[in-house]
Design a protein around this ligand. Sequence first.
Ligand SMILES: Nc1nc2c(ncn2[C@@H]2O[C@H](COP(=O)(O)OP(=O)(O)OP(=O)(O)O)[C@@H](O)[C@H]2O)c(=O)[nH]1
Ligand SMILES: [Mg+2]
Length: 243
Amino acid sequence: MSNENNNLSLYGWSDNLFRQKQISQFKDMSHGRIIVTHKTCYEVVAEDGVHLCELTGNMIYGRMPDEYPCTGDWVIFQPFDANKGIIVDMLPRERALYRKKNGRVADRQAIASYVDKAFIVQSLDDNFNVRRAERFIAQVMEEKIKPVLVLNKADLGCDRQKIDEAIKHIARQFPVFITSIRQPQTILRLRESITKGETVVFVGSSGVGKSSLVNALCGKSVLNTSDISLSTGKGRHTLGGSD
Ligand SMILES: Nc1nc2c(ncn2[C@@H]2O[C@H](COP(=O)(O)OP(=O)(O)OP(=O)(O)O)[C@@H](O)[C@H]2O)c(=O)[nH]1
Ligand SMILES: [Mg+2]
């Protein structure tokens, strides 16, 4: 049998995932990828469009907080009505990022999975901190996700020589991009580093420009930035693929 889901391959569907699905008792149902996580439901992109899905009882009870589906997970669902569904199974998760709630490992929550690259964003002001960047790099590498350092707000007039010196040990091993949403050529270079079908996430402190960078990369406003509202975007996680 072969995998013929051409459009989902843009979202990362692979022969390996196809084989994993064949092992599930629900292998004859639809599959798709979670693209947005709401409080009690999920938006799942499937071959025939996006379905708003809830979890079946089996998917809710007896699970640890980090075992609940998250954005990026591949799931099997039973479609019903137009564009609705019930998630009945989840394919084994790989390359995930987690967040510790209340600083406790036992309370950790998955925030994104099947991530290929993590753009670790800092802004070139007080936020710039080499040790923090190193910690993020170590964390994403543990999950076999490729780290990329993005130093944003280059237009603020930083001391480039000092910055280059501070990060040279990182730049020897990993890609580093110096960006500004006000300098289109820096955004172009960042975009060229993302390949088709790849899943990338943006991580970093609030206000460093993650949403602005995603918007600049997409060439349109897909996420709110703090200029517009401080409270929007809750429950959504920035998970950008290329297209
Ligand atoms: N000068 C300058 N400002 C920028 C740049 N990128 C983003 N900003 C501004 O920084 C502020 C925060 O940007 P956001 O994109 O909302 O930051 P964020 O990282 O998404 O923040 P959270 O969503 O809170 O995590 C906004 O006012 C942006 O306009 C840049 O390259 N240069
Ligand atoms: Mg944001």
